[in-house]
Ligand binder design. Structure first.
Ligand code: C5P
Length: 428
């Protein structure tokens, strides 16, 4: 595959040398385009030696070949790492002031992945976040930066994801296997093959909600829940590894989202509802793994609610949140869409019935296709690294058990989804 590797002017440029090695060792043909600032961190000679191609950052070199047009047209994948705040901004506003920005504008339908790295303040700045939103809305995959130690004494979100994670995410985006010299790489003219074993969701879009919603009471307080987001994040990684384009609707989570998925942050149930209904329009699969608050405070105070000795303590009135899962099924049916909707249920048994009795009733009520049921107790499931679930199907097929790490459970759920889909649309 012909890859353009754009390198931004950040200290993490040195890690991109390893990324380049991963690409070339997997048999890909990589042209490196550093920005002017990037060459202050890693010199042109390094990129030329590692890629085996001449390297330039100017549109005025090799003018006779109209370099930016050729590179943009020929690329089958463009990866930008580190994507600095400046590069994200220039890409979002369509600037064309060096070879890399020109090439990005010439990319057409070519998949583009950007791996940001910068200080947390720069990443979290509304200007950067708006640029990221713009790029994502245009179909560019912008990875979430990793969290940890940054260049100075600071730490937080802003680290370049590890080269291996960028490599995997990039090849998943391009629909290429990560093993070297496989038929997909060496025979670009071959007829499209059915989804390879291990990539059963290739070509599909999967939307996954994860984490817990937070329902504000006043500017500093909220009603939340103990969801860590670990199971939803494991599902997103498993769906990505199965070849899907993954959109993660992320509520409050204790873990970072996986590399290679599009992340849409939400806070409240109403925000999640809006994002989920919007995402549903082009999703083949929706997995509602988020812990959505069933109720929200009826009134949100504009200023912090104060303790006062001269008035009675406040009483919080709650109103019910919409059932997003149920609504997604209704919208799907009304639009006659072919879409698999998967719900999660955290249940406890009681004197009137066991966990599975309650879960079966919930499956009927929600009318989703699959319901992944886990048994919750004082120390079970929330925040843990392991899980034990039963997958119930609306078709009435045998309940399926899965347990182990949350990644094991995610893999079992994704396998089951793939099996359900192949029943609806058998592979070509
Ligand atoms: O009704 P219960 O909260 O037990 O249902 C759990 C399932 O429904 C989960 O898939 C959760 O994401 C979803 N849900 C929802 N909207 C709500 C409450 C839960 O979509 N308001």
């Amino acid at each position: 595959m012909r890859i353009v590797l754009g390198v931004g002017g950040g200290i993490a440029a040195y890690k991109v040398a390893s990324l380049l090695r991963l690409f070339t060792e997997a048999g890909h043909d990589v042209t490196v385009i550093p920005t002017e600032a990037a060459t202050r961190f890693v010199g042109v000679a390094t990129w030329e030696a590692l890629s085996g191609h001449p390297v330039s950052n100017s549109v005025f070199d090799d003018v006779h070949t109209v370099n930016h047009v050729r590179l943009g047209h020929e690329a089958e994948l463009i990866v930008v790492a580190p994507a600095t705040a400046d590069l994200l901004s220039r890409a979002a506003t369509g600037q064309a002031n060096d070879l890399l920005s020109n090439t990005l504008l010439m990319a057409g339908d070519c998949p583009v992945l950007m791996a940001p790295a910068m200080h947390s303040e720069m990443w979290q700045h509304p200007a950067t976040q708006a640029n990221v939103e713009t790029l994502r809305s245009r179909g560019v995959t912008v990875l979430e930066p990793a969290s940890g130690r940054l260049t100075g004494s600071d730490s937080g979100p802003g680290r370049l994801p590890e080269p291996e994670a960028i490599f995997e995410a990039a090849l998943a985006l391009a629909g290429a296997p990560s093993v070297p010299n496989s038929p997909d790489i060496t025979a670009p003219d071959a007829a499209p093959s059915p989804p390879a074993a291990g990539r059963p969701l290739a070509g599909l879009t999967v939307t996954i909600s994860a984490g817990g919603t937070r329902e504000p009471l006043d500017p500093v307080r909220f009603l939340g829940n103990r969801s860590s987001g670990k199971q939803g994040v494991a599902l997103a990684a498993a769906a990505r590894d199965a070849g899907a384009r993954v959109r993660l609707l992320a509520g409050h989570m204790d873990v970072p989202p996986p590399a290679g998925v599009d992340v849409i942050r939400v806070e409240t149930a109403l925000e999640l509802r809006k994002a989920a209904l919007h995402a549903a329009a082009d999703s083949d699969v929706i997995i509602m793994a988020a812990a959505v608050a069933d109720f929200r405070p009826a009134d949100v105070a504009g200023t912090k609610i104060k303790k006062r000795d001269d008035v009675a303590d406040p009483v919080i009135t709650l109103v019910r949140n919409p059932d997003i899962l149920r609504e997604l099924v209704e919208v799907r049916d009304a639009a006659s869409r072919t879409q698999l909707v998967v719900g999660f249920a955290a249940e406890t048994g009681d004197a009137d019935g066991d966990v599975l009795d309650y879960a079966a009733a919930k499956l009927r009520r929600k009318a989703c296709d699959l319901l992944v049921v886990n048994h919750v107790g004082q120390d079970k499931v929330f925040g843990e690294d392991t899980n034990s679930v039963v997958i119930l199907s609306r078709t009435g097929s045998e309940p399926q058990e899965a347990s182990g790490s949350k990644s094991d459970v995610a893999a079992a759920v994704i396998d089951r989804i793939s099996a359900e889909l192949s029943r609806v649309v058998p592979p070509a």
